[in-house]
Design a protein around this ligand. Sequence first.
Ligand code: TYM
Length: 331
Amino acid sequence: KKQVLTGIKPTGRIHLGNYIGAIKPALGLAENQSYNTAYFVADYHGLTKIHDPIEMKELSYGVAAAWLALGLNPDSAIFYRQSDVPEIFELSWILSCFAPKGLLNRSHAYKSMVEENKESGRNVDAGVNMGLFTYPILMAADILLFQTELVPVGKDQIQHVEIARDIAESFNNQYGETFVIPEYVIQEETAVLPGLDGRKMSKSYNNTIPLFEEPKKLQKLINKIKTDSSLPEEPKDPDDSIIFGLYKEFATTDQSEKMRRRFQQGIGWGEAKKELFDVMNSFIEVPRSEYEDLLNNWDRLDAILLNGATKARKKTIPFMKEIKRKIGLYH
Ligand code: TYM
């Protein structure tokens, strides 16, 4: 069975980009009997940004509740909190000794902060903590510790998976075959879901549509999605429209085909947005109330996550011993 793994960091509420780019494909793989799946809350990655303990707790439980509400079965997948599996952090140090600094200098997240600092005349490293700089190493540890073959992610994470590959190869070259070399899995069409303003949907751009938004606010946000100034009767290219792009993620194939024709015949943006809201809202109704219930039950979430961490450590403890033995450490 192939090992699949992906994580989400608790730096904000789950948005449509997270769902369509990562959670939905990951859940698809979890339903397929030929994969072992490991999905987790990347809380230590979140710590690079979230320094308020209450916020950290609320956002972490939010990510966990989202996975479960959307249908992740914690009996078949390994579902855990990164911070509950200490072997990940042990491995992270080991891997950092195989990660050339130059490789991390080129990492997008770090580089874009440096660029921003330069543009605004600040010290290049202002606001950069070492956690942010070494972020890709911790992510490599997440992936490599589980002998992961497939990593379902959005396009913004490709570079991180490539860094994990590089680090794994250099370790393997030194000590012999140890780590599986992972590959990313990208949904081409939705690899970068645009946000309200047309840029990539991202917590840092403040242009997100939260997946579990309440109906009234959801409708308002959908109405804010940027569209062109074409008239209702003008034909529209469905494949060039974020409204249609989102519609088909939540609709049945039949509904999508009908909507595709309506776009081609000409549909007003207001009407198209109303249809998108209807299809999204009816999809999300049940998971949303499940999500809200779970958010009021941290004990239940803890029980599920701790059980997941126990399952995870059945794999990570013995593998960590093997890694230490290869390096020449006492184990
Ligand atoms: P994070 O928490 O920023 O995002 C979670 C997932 O959502 C995807 N995503 C998008 N996909 C398409 N369009 C968008 N606009 C969009 N915005 C976000 C991301 O690509 C990601 O798949 N470093 C990771 C978390 C992580 C991880 C890992 C992932 C930690 N360890 C190991 C995989 C394997 C992150 O910051 O994702």
